[in-house]
Ligand binder design. Structure first.
Ligand code: IFM
Length: 429
């Protein structure tokens, strides 16, 4: 392990999502999913981290780790609890939270949609029905008119491919559908929602002369798909097809407005450049076999608690590839690992940031890193048992305790480097 530095202008912080931390909301699609007994450890997002009431305490946790940036989500079902009825108190709450972040010198990046829908929208068909484009536009308008003076940076949709495939192809997330036809409708509508929101956010911020540079993008969940056997042409082909279907076609459709099959055809909302940064959520690599079109984990590779391969070089490869495709600043909008015992998180952070330092040296403009995640939280169907946090959370008492890896990360946020002393202190047994 070698010491390394990140560029002076590099910004580090962490990322969270509203439903995973706030607690207390019974009006969203995931609450229902929990109630139906789909969560492995029977926990529910109704509890989560009680962040809705404890946001001041949690912002202090970020401050302690020297965060310069923070990616946070808004809960649509709180802001628009019934169709067309907006809750001014909910948006005022988010304004208070954002104001406090700014006072502490932490710049917010706001996610408008992160996997959950208000129940009224879900009942109307959610992202499967094309009316969602109109509903999403109205919600985004309400939010940006009220927060746009404080917030200049937005993620329209988090990981649209994950939302769509788990909910509409594998059927393990709400609404529990297994249909390619319905999956493709969701892909298309998500692309149209993003493009509509992209234009609208720019327009509202410009018309109102709101301060700061408007930056809008998608948090793309990008995986490495490698052939299981790199000498087998069929495995190579299968890996390429998987890559295109899971991420390639959708990402390009959303970024350019030109829908690629199977997402769609043509440019129903007009062609353009619908991103100001390339948002990348990176976690792992899949090894693909043509036989059965299966994704597997390469034998003998390091894994996290969820059996995801730990493959830091993948981040380097993805950034190179996406920069070549889109040529824009890169923000790592999520990267982190599930490690309940905190055995390998520090090394994970080191290895991934090391890859970023190499990219920066090569002139690839990776500008930000948002660690997933600040504190253990409700990890969707894995529930409370999967722990990704820089802080450990005791859910019964809601006590947050800094992990050693969190301390390490906090030092990196402050110093923008990993020194030999830090390697000795945090990375050696
Ligand atoms: O917890 C999720 C997050 O909501 C989206 N990206 C992946 C994370 C870890 O699974």
């Amino acid at each position: 392990m070698k010491a390394f530095k990140l560029p002076d202008h590099f910004l580090l912080g962490s990322a969270t999502a509203a439903t995973q931390i706030e607690g207390g909301d019974k009006n969203n699609s995931w609450y229902n999913w929990c109630e139906k007994g789909h969560i492995k450890d029977r926990s529910t997002c109704l509890r989560a981290n009680d962040h809705w009431n404890r946001y001041k305490e949690d912002i202090a946790l970020m401050e302690k780790l020297n965060h310069k940036v923070y990616r946070m989500g808004l809960e649509w079902s709180r802001i628009e609890p019934q169709e067309g009825r907006f809750d001014d108190e909910a948006i005022a709450h988010y304004r208070d939270e954002i104001t406090l972040l700014l006072e502490k010198g932490i710049k917010p990046l706001v996610t408008l949609h992160h996997f959950t829908n208000p129940l009224w929208l879900e009942r109307m068909g959610g992202f499967e029905d094309k009316s969602v484009v109109w509903y999403f536009e109205r919600y985004v308008k309400y939010v940006v008119e009220r927060l746009g003076d404080l917030v200049s940076e937005y993620i329209t949709i988090n990981e649209p491919n994950v939302y769509a495939t788990l909910g509409y192809y594998f059927g393990v997330w709400p609404p529990g559908v297994k249909s390619i036809k319905r999956l493709l409708k969701v892909y298309r509508n998500m692309a149209l929602c993003h493009i509509t929101a992209y234009k609208l956010i720019h327009k509202i911020r410009k018309d109102n002369d709101f301060p700061g540079k408007t930056m809008v993008g998608v948090a793309n969940h990008v995986r490495i798909f490698d052939p299981y056997n790199k000498y087998n042409p069929l495995d190579i082909l299968a890996a390429k097809i998987m890559d295109y279907l899971f991420q390639g076609s959708l990402t390009k459709s959303m970024a350019t407005g030109f829908l690629r099959p199977p997402v769609g055809l043509g440019a129903p909302k007009g062609g353009g450049r619908y991103f100001d940064f390339i948002g990348i959520n990176y976690y792992t690599r899949d090894s693909i076999r043509f036989k059965g079109f299966r994704n597997e984990v390469m034998p003998g590779t390091p894994r996290n608690d969820l059996n995801w391969e730990i493959y830091p070089r993948g981040l380097y490869r993805i950034c190179k590839k996406y920069y070549r495709l889109f040529t824009a600043p890169i923000w790592i909008t999520e990267n982190g690992t599930c490690d309940g015992e905190d055995r390998f998180r520090s090394r994970f952070i080191y290895d991934h940031l090391y890859e970023i330092s190499k990219l920066c040296k090569e002139g690839i403009p990776v500008e930000r890193y948002y660690h997933w995640t600040l504190m253990d939280n409700f990890e969707w169907v894995e529930g409370e048992s999967a722990r990704f946090g820089l802080y450990h959370v005791d859910y019964d008492t809601q006590v947050r305790t800094l992990r050693k890896s969190g301390r390490f990360y906090g030092e990196i946020c402050k110093r923008l480097e990993v020194t030999d002393d830090m390697i000795d202190m945090y990375l050696k047994d």
